[in-house]
Design a protein around this ligand. Structure first.
Ligand SMILES: Cc1cc2nc3c(=O)[nH]c(=O)nc-3n(C[C@H](O)[C@H](O)[C@H](O)COP(=O)(O)OP(=O)(O)OC[C@H]3O[C@@H](n4cnc5c(N)ncnc54)[C@H](O)[C@@H]3O)c2cc1C
Length: 380
């Protein structure tokens, strides 16, 4: 077993790390402070290929593998968790889904736009009563001549502030839960979409999360994939999405580790750097070990996405491990910096808030444990 990146993967990682350091990192504090969607940074990232990392070159993507994508997301998240997750929504939850299940005209219409940043994607699954229980879709797609009328409310739709297209999930066969949900490609400028700003959020501020009130007509050719198969498509999308959130968490965790080490080396108490004390060293050892263990699971899940038909189990394990390791790393970094970290506006304070979302979106840690347990218990 050889755990080595290929020369191409390593070179891509270094290229994105440089982009993250030069373009993304200098903006991170301001994005967090203002909570404004970082359009210019997202467009710069699109220019570097980061809105279509795994999309085929024929559609404007970079045609890279999922391992490379995970490496890129980690590098961006180390600089700004918000920018990273904004990019992953367009990549994993929208563009890849259109490439996977879209009809030719849908691919023609959206993929190049998404890959180049001319368009931003959003994924509208959650509803007031459909969070962890995402199959409990109350948004209805009612059959009308030539298409459907979609009526309902979606909540916490990331990127919605700037998105040009959303994948909207709606119930087409009431009472059938996951067997009766259809996915639709809805241009965000369609009449009948009202966007409402989400309440101020604790972390990943500037993600452009909005609620959508929908009373919108869609034609038959806006069905993505097959009628009544939308829930399956959402779960397909989350296999890649969860690898990306695992990578995002790792980036936040790595940033916390870097902050903690830098501070521990220079902060002196009792006449010497606190890094000399075993209590601090053990925290750093645990952070590094847990993040590296989670990275192995994340890269394993990314490789599974590249090579396996289904990678739900691997993706859930990666997301669970990485989000919890990163949460612990941000917590320990706060302890090591103590009052210097607790100050509003410190990098560690931002990481401490940002990391929390990774245990919530694209399925809470409890949801990941449900998936993992079901898979483990079903095995021999
Ligand atoms: C910053 C942010 C961005 C988001 N972006 C998007 C987006 O772009 N698109 C989108 O569709 N959604 C998005 N979401 C919504 C997100 O996916 C949901 O918040 C998440 O799935 C959890 O749903 P909920 O918040 O309704 O919690 P609930 O489902 O109400 O859960 C509450 C608690 O109960 C637990 N729980 C629920 N059911 C069970 C069970 N059976 N067993 C044990 N415990 C259980 C949960 O784990 C949690 O701890 C976003 C959320 C956030 C915070």
């Amino acid at each position: 077993m050889i755990l080595e990146l290929t020369p191409e993967q390593r070179a891509f990682k270094e290229q994105i790390e440089q982009f993250a350091t030069e373009i993304v990192a200098p903006r991170a504090a301001l994005i967090d402070k203002t909570g404004e969607y970082p359009s210019d940074v997202v467009h710069a990232a699109a220019g570097a290929g980061l809105c279509g990392v795994t999309l085929p070159k024929a559609w404007g993507g970079l045609g890279r593998d999922y391992v490379s994508y995970a490496l890129a997301v980690e590098a961006i998240a180390k600089a700004s968790a918000t920018v990273a997750v904004a990019l992953t929504v367009t990549n994993s939850l929208v563009a890849e889904v259109i490439a996977h299940a879209g009809k030719d005209q849908q691919r023609e219409r959206w993929l190049r736009k998404l890959a180049t940043g001319e368009g931003i994607g959003a994924f509208a699954l959650s509803e007031p009563d459909a969070g962890t229980d995402a199959a409990n879709q109350k948004t209805a797609a009612i059959r009308v001549s030539g298409g459907y009328r979609i009526r309902g409310r979606k909540v916490w739709v990331a990127n919605a502030e700037e998105a040009s297209v959303a994948i909207v999930f709606a119930c087409t066969r009431p009472g059938l839960r996951g067997q009766g949900v259809t996915a639709f490609l809805v241009p965000m400028d369609a009449p009948g979409i009202t966007r409402t700003a989400r309440a101020d959020s604790l972390g990943v501020r500037g993600l452009g999360c909005m609620d959508l009130d929908l009373d919108v007509d869609v034609a038959d050719d806006q069905v993505l994939g097959h009628v009544d198969q939308g829930f399956r498509l959402a779960m397909w999308a989350l296999q890649g999405g969860r690898v990306a959130i695992a990578a995002q968490a790792l980036g936040i965790g790595e940033a916390a580790l870097t902050e903690a080490m830098t501070y521990a080396r220079k902060r002196e108490q009792f006449g010497q750097p606190i890094a000399n004390y075993q209590a601090i060293q053990w925290m750093i050892a645990d952070m590094a070990t847990e993040l590296d263990a989670a990275r192995l699971l994340t890269l394993k899940a990314a490789a599974a996405k590249d090579h396996q038909e289904k990678s739900t189990f691997e993706a859930s394990m990666a997301k669970l491990a990485a989000s919890e390791a990163a949460h612990k790393a941000a917590d320990k970094a706060m302890q090591i910096l103590a009052s210097a970290g607790y100050r509003r506006g410190s990098v560690v304070e931002r990481l401490f808030r940002d990391v929390r979302a990774t245990e919530i979106y694209q399925g809470t840690s409890e949801a990941q444990r449900m998936i993992i347990a079901a898979n483990v218990l079903a095995s021999a």
